[in-house]
Design a protein around this ligand. Structure first.
Ligand code: FES
Ligand code: FES
Length: 169
């Protein structure tokens, strides 16, 4: 897939994003966040602080939550990049989204995509996290609206729902 027109000044990157190998034009200094949002129109990852503080841009790189605003796109050609758009069919992500909605775990929602990516990675490695583990996993994702209580409840609620589903199989 050719995601955009490539300007003469740009290099052609070959990125594996959401399971698809994509050719995209990018300047050498472009961050992964710029390429995803501005060149590939994948806008779930948000540009909050753009300097590595808020976590709104969190995506998954080789299964690890990363700040897309701190990652140079050119360094990611060999990586498997997943954005929230590419995690929609993941059962843990579906359970998290349902739990966030049911619990009222967001207000403005700007932080929520990054929270969800971090929470999904947590549930992959720890299916039943206690409150401390949830808070630690989300410690790099800042929210100015909710006070975190409902976010933590939502992540633990998703974990319980997934365990319940597993029991029923
Ligand atoms: S936008 Fe990347 S950490 Fe804030
Ligand atoms: S819901 Fe607004 S910043 Fe988190």
């Amino acid at each position: 897939m050719n995601a955009n027109a490539i300007a003469p000044s740009q290099a052609v990157l070959s990125l594996n994003v959401n399971g698809e190998r994509t050719q995209v034009g990018a300047d050498l200094h472009d961050t992964l966040l710029t390429v995803l949002r501005d060149r590939m129109q994948l806008t779930a990852a948000k540009r909050g602080c753009n300097q590595g503080v808020c976590g709104a841009c969190t995506i998954s790189v080789d299964g690890v939550p990363m700040r897309a605003c701190l990652s140079l796109a050119h360094n990611c050609e060999d990586a498997e990049v997943l954005t929230l758009e590419g995690l929609q069919e993941n059962p843990r992500m579906r359970a998290l989204q349902l739990a966030f909605a049911r619990t009222g775990a967001f207000q403005c929602g700007f932080c929520t995509p990054g929270m969800l990516v971090s929470a999904q990675a947590l549930l992959e490695r720890n299916p039943q996290p206690d409150e401390q583990a949830v808070r630690l996993a989300l410690s790099g994702n800042l929210c100015r609206c909710t006070g975190y209580v409902k976010i933590v409840q939502a992540v633990q609620g998703a974990a319980r729902a997934l365990a319940h589903e597993g029991d029923g199989q």
